[in-house]
Design a protein around this ligand. Structure first.
Ligand code: SAH
Ligand code: SF4
Ligand code: F3S
Length: 450
């Protein structure tokens, strides 16, 4: 009999990819996705730990799930409640202690063993024993070797493909090296195979994923050959019928000559790059252990612009890192002005327990952080509006991937990931079409099909 599976995904695209893999894997074991947790047999929260708020959200959602689980159990049915992902990895024991009705905690590197874990939980419970499981080790085997290749879930026209996992950079503010483990690159043959499968199912746009995607150093065609991201992009771009290629998230330190050349030589590599810099102050960059200066970042931006003049950039910023002075913050604003971003994400520094910055004594007050965040967001907002305004009355290509809220409205993405909506009497989902932009809205652009 089909069992109902509900998955809620928090955090970054890597978690989105993992959730897709989990539903794909469990579909081979008789589970079908359910839209709501209410009557599900298995509920999985695939969690994020990057900031305190992300972690708090997990605990409050767990609270909301309690009545559903109780109702199901009142009917003498079982709901297995599982916490997966980065918070699970970081706080497994704590989750088990605080939330007694959680049945299973599993980290991001063990979910290929889920069918076995679920079977184990069901077996134990049939003996009326209350059994709970925590699986947060970093197994020697790679989950990728155990996941079924065939996708049973529909991918649409745009797909993620994880090529690299984990991080060895240990930025002092960040929990990822602890939640995702050491850096690991998949062999190129497995990646090319997965890309071919996706494209054969109608995928036109692939985004290669990794916490540190351009640290990629996977096995090439032979055992002695190692490929960097630049080479891998070249090979993937050769697959017929692929229309768009992207990668995220990269680190400035790992942008090499080969990658810059890839931006010059691969037309389907989209001219938009998310390249987090976090701060424009060299003192703060050093305290963050980012391993580069602000001028190094400027130089990379210049080199990429020379290689691909139409390229635009987005970035991540943290304000209020411990010890950040007004002068340091001014340096960040200066960097933003120098680079001129098409988009940026910015965050107020959040203490992550166990990270070096978490125990630094020079923490900044919340008030100060809030003020700096507002100032920074105002500046990047202006840049974003300026960038979008440049597109009014110009034509861009849009890959349509969802329906809008209004009748006959379709939404897609430009090469710069701008959400663009049009009206069309004809169904344009899954198509890449030229669109002339009419006007800009706060979070999207509006245009008409040519
Ligand atoms: N691997 C990527 C970032 C992954 S985390 C990189 O190296 O840039 C995504 C973003 O979350 C980071 O770029 C950073 O801006 C933000 N972030 C990470 N830890 C944070 C913390 N403790 N407080 C606030 N923001 C944080
Ligand atoms: Fe975190 Fe730094 Fe690794 Fe990015 S490079 S995941 S910010 S430790
Ligand atoms: Fe969050 Fe883990 Fe991604 S902490 S941002 S889900 S790598």
């Amino acid at each position: 009999m089909t069992q109902k599976l509900y998955i809620k995904t928090y955090g970054c695209q890597m978690n989105t990819y993992d959730s897709e893999q989990i539903s794909n894997l469990l579909s081979f074991h008789g589970y079908a996705l359910s839209e709501t947790p209410e009557d599900a047999d298995v509920v999985i929260l695939n969690t994020c730990h990057i900031r305190e708020k992300a972690t708090e959200k997990v605990y409050s959602d767990l609270g909301r799930l309690k009545p559903f689980k109780q109702r199901k159990e009142a009917k003498l049915e079982k709901m297995i409640l599982a916490v997966a992902g980065c918070t699970a990895q970081a706080e497994g024991a704590e989750i088990m202690r605080r939330i007694p009705y959680v049945d299973l905690v599993l980290g991001p590197q063990t979910y290929h063993r889920l069918p076995e874990m679920l079977a184990q939980l069901r077996r134990k419970s049939s003996h009326r024993q209350k059994r709970r499981l925590v699986e947060t080790d970093f197994p020697i085997e790679s989950k990728f070797d155990f996941l079924p290749e065939q996708q049973t879930i529909s991918q649409g026209s745009s797909a993620f493909l994880t090529i690299q996992e984990g991080c060895d950079k240990f930025c002092t503010f960040c929990c990822v090296p602890y939640t995702r483990g050491a850096e690991f690159s998949r062999p190129s043959s497995a990646i090319l195979q997965e890309a071919r499968t996706l494209i054969s199912k109608g995928v036109q746009e692939i985004t290669l994923l990794g916490q540190n995607v351009n640290a990629y150093h996977g096995k090439g065609r032979s055992d002695t050959e190692e490929w960097g991201l630049g080479r891998l992009l070249l090979e993937i771009a050769e697959i017929p019928n692929l229309k768009r290629l992207r990668y995220t998230t990269s680190h400035p330190r790992d942008v090499d000559e080969e990658l810059i050349l890839a931006h010059k030589n691969i037309p389907i590599l989209m001219p938009f790059l998310h390249l987090p810099v976090q701060s424009g102050s060299d003192v703060i960059l050093k305290a963050m252990n980012r391993g580069h200066t602000s001028d190094f970042y400027r130089k990379i931006i210049d080199d990429l612009r020379k290689a691909r003049p139409e390229i635009a950039f987005s970035s991540d910023f943290i304000v209020g890192f411990p010890g950040e002075t007004n002068e340091d913050f001014a340096q960040t604003l200066k960097l933003i002005n120098d680079v001129d971003f098409a988009q940026a994400f910015s965050f107020s520094y959040s203490i992550r327990p166990g990270t070096p910055a978490g125990s630094m004594s020079s923490q900044i007050s919340q008030h100060e952080k809030d003020e700096r965040l507002q100032t920074l967001q105002h500046l990047v907002r202006e840049q974003q509006i300026r960038f979008n305004t440049l597109w009014v009355n110009k034509t861009t290509s849009v890959l349509f991937d969802r329906l809008g809220r209004h009748d006959n409205q379709y939404i897609g993405r430009s090469p710069y990931l701008q959400p663009i909506h049009v009206k069309s009497p004809e169904n344009v989902l899954g198509k890449i079409l030229p669109v002339k932009i009419n006007s800009i809205f706060p979070n999207s652009l509006e245009g008409h099909l040519l």
